[in-house]
Design a binder for this molecule. Structure first.
Ligand code: FEO
Ligand code: CA
Ligand code: CA
Length: 687
């Protein structure tokens, strides 16, 4: 009998982090992406590629009436039956509720181990790591975890939060489980290394959970009688996925286990996402590169491709449990991750799909808007320092009919269309604002490649390398990119980039900050740090208000940070009236079109949080903090729904602070156990 090993106590590299994020978060979530050189070695961004600015201006001005007439079918307006909005979820400009209209005192920056919501509001914990999702799931016990149990329980580290109404009083809650932290999850001397890996693998993925209204308006609870929750589902590393779209079946997607190149197992590092107007959920496979080991050499055919995606063969040892995670013997397995996956929560038996037409990169998420023309448009960010923003436009039009035939048609929309990458050109900072024009550079359609020397499949499987050749703008870690259903503009969170301003990554007008004021701890003085540490929110207006247009105008709505710092900007509003904000990550909108922003990695000494920001009128840019997170946690997936009565959000990696272990936790939130449990919450008006 072998000696029972302790938990691996995975060593944490003693290097400075890019933000306040602990070394544990950087290791477990991103595989220390920031310690590696930027994989984008192109000189895009150095060259002010000449796009004809005057022409762009003219075409934008011609269609200045943006938004008001756009056919708005915002993500939140979809229903679980795939039709348009029912009573439980608002269409744009629905009856305004508390969260959109209430005046609240901002929550002050703090380091509490709690979810602190603005006065007058409260919150409930809806689903915790380990809660039962499927009938047959055991009650969670941290000392009796198994992979089989985890495959029926709510996964770890919830990120994206989506809601699809199920009648008036129930809804489906759809959640991503991005990554695991083995140091916090497993008691020492309890599990073998192989057990830890197998359980961690299954704790990745997604959950579909039925919820019901609570007694107080705006409150929601899990349905615990799982016989009344037939839609509940766990998608994990063993769940079959279909690879669809133009690259499906390509030789580079074929593996030992799947000679068709069309049948993948599992989804990984699911970060943000969006609901579609046809009632499905899109989820982004983000830092998928970190899960692959090597037992020998890497396949020399893919040296450049692996490098561009940060695939090094330094993985998590999962190949000991499942040999497909050994790059040496299965070099194509990583090509089957890095996609947008589409899940139909209304049909628990449906096979989720990896949509190759939306390209392969470190997908933060994807958010759909229906253009005036009727085409479905997806906006997407590639979350890496110096990577790009993308757009997909469907070839076919959305069918709004509430018929089986229409839904069947809409389920094919993401398989054919045009994939493009964004180029931002500034008009000079001398005019007092960071703004300019931009263009969408087409990479390919489902039948035609626009990139010299690359086929359609090349472009889709190795999208980063295709985009590199076309001169897009290297951005500061594009996270959520979401169309605003009220004003027709698009908002992108650019979370931070510690390398901005270095010789290899000079500033440009869309990424203008090379030095930021940060704070070592709450109450400490502001000090200067190189790079863009606090992030931006970028806003753009499609030419003519049409999301399929080739051109747009853009500006920075927010240059985040402490309002006392000279470099910050908050839409022009009086800076003394705003909350400090750092590292914007996920965004969403209430029915007034106000932006709700969650943060990841506050470098101003406070815990992370969620903020409300008007985007028009005299208060445009007035950031006000609505919630703060527990210690060590990041805020994810804010979603305003139920006629502005409910703010759903995920509390990810509570307690993930350097040095913490299962026995020595830095947080016990949500305080139901002596260890932290990542959970989804809902905030609502106190009655
Ligand atoms: Fe998983 Fe880009 O955050
Ligand atoms: Ca300017
Ligand atoms: Ca994120």
């Amino acid at each position: 009998m072998t000696t029972a090993p302790t938990r691996p106590n995975i060593p944490i590299t003693p290097v400075n982090r890019h933000g306040s994020r602990s070394r544990m978060t950087c290791l477990f979530r991103c595989g220390n992406a920031c310690d590696h050189p930027e994989p984008n070695l192109t000189d895009n961004g150095h060259i002010q590629q000449e796009i004809t600015r005057a022409l762009a201006r003219r075409s934008v001005l011609k269609g200045a009436a943006v938004g008001s007439g756009a056919l708005v079918v915002g993500g939140a307006a979809a229903t679980a039956s795939g039709g348009l909005a029912a009573a439980a979820v608002e269409p744009a400009r629905a009856v305004a509720g508390d969260l959109a209209t209430s005046v609240f005192s901002p929550v002050r920056p703090n380091k509490r181990d709690s979810v602190t919501v603005a006065e007058g509001f409260t919150h409930s914990v809806v689903m915790r790591w380990g809660d039962r999702v499927l009938p047959g799931a055991p009650v969670f016990d941290a000392y009796k975890q198994t992979a089989a149990a985890a495959s029926m329980q709510f996964g770890y580290n919830c990120d994206y939060v989506g809601i699809l109404p199920l009648g008036r009083d129930k809804a489906l809650l759809i959640v991503n489980h991005e990554y695991t932290d083995e140091n916090l999850m497993f008691p020492a001397d309890t599990y073998t290394p192989a057990e830890i890996k197998a359980i961690a693998m299954v704790n990745h993925g997604m959950s579909v959970v039925t919820i019901k209204r609570g007694l107080v308006p705006g409150d929601w609870q899990q349905v615990t009688n799982l016989r009344n929750a037939p839609h509940n589902r766990r998608l994990h590393i063993g769940t079959p996925f279909a690879i669809v779209g133009p690259a499906a079946g390509d030789d580079r997607l074929k593996t030992v286990a799947d000679p068709t190149g069309r049948a993948a197992l599992g989804t990984l590092n699911n970060c943000a996402g969006g609901t579609t107007p046809w009632g499905t959920v899109l989820s982004g496979e983000e830092n998928f590169n970190q899960y692959f080991d090597k037992s020998g050499d890497l396949d020399a055919r893919y040296t450049a491709q692996y490098a561009r995606y940060g695939i090094t063969g330094v993985g998590k040892g999962w190949s000991e449990v499942d040999p497909r995670f050994d790059l040496t013997t299965d070099p194509h397995e990583p090509h089957r991750f890095g996609w947008i996956v589409e899940v139909d929560p209304t049909d628990p038996k449906s096979t989720p799909r990896k949509q190759t037409m939306l390209g392969r990169f470190k997908h933060e998420g994807a958010n759909i808007v229906i253009a005036r023309s009727g085409h479905a448009v997806a906006y997407m960010g590639d979350d890496e320092r110096g990577d790009y923003i993308y757009r997909f436009v469907s070839a076919d039009k959305f069918d709004p009919a509430k018929t089986v035939k229409a839904r069947r048609h809409n389920l094919t929309l993401l398989t054919k269309g045009t994939l493009s990458v964004a180029k931002f050109v500034g008009d000079g900072a001398g005019d007092g604002s960071y703004d300019g024009t931009g263009s969408w550079i087409p990479l390919c359609t489902d039948t035609t490649s626009y990139v010299e020397g690359m086929s359609v499949a090349d472009v889709l499987i190795f999208t980063r390398l295709a985009a590199d050749k076309m001169g897009p703008t290297k951005m500061d870690r594009p996270e959520d990119v979401e169309p605003n259903p009220v004003n027709g503009k698009v908002y992108a969170a650019l979370t931070n980039n510690s390398n901005r301003g270095k010789p290899e990554l000079p500033v440009d007008e869309a990424n203008p900050i090379a030095s930021s004021m940060v704070r070592a701890s709450l109450g400490a003085p502001l000090t200067a740090a190189s790079g863009n540490r606090n992030g931006y929110v970028l806003e753009w207006t499609p030419a003519g208000g049409e999301h399929t247009a080739a051109m747009f105008t853009w500006d920075l709505l927010l240059v985040c940070g402490d309002p006392a710092a000279a470099e910050t900007y908050f839409g022009g509003v009086d800076k003394s009236t705003v909350s400090p904000i750092s590292c914007p990550d996920n965004v969403s909108f209430d029915s007034e079109g106000q932006l709700w922003i969650s943060t990841d990695g506050n470098v101003l000494g406070s815990n992370d949080g969620i903020f409300r920001v008007p985007v028009s009128g005299p208060l445009r840019g007035q950031v006000r903090q609505f919630v703060t997170m527990p210690r060590g946690a990041e805020a994810c997936g804010p979603l305003i729904t139920d006629r502005n009565r409910s703010l759903f959000f995920a509390v990810q990696h509570p307690g993930e602070i350097d040095g913490a272990t299962f026995e020595k936790q830095a947080s016990t939130w949500p305080h139901t156990d002596d260890f932290p449990r990542p959970s989804v919450c809902v905030a609502y008006k106190r009655r």
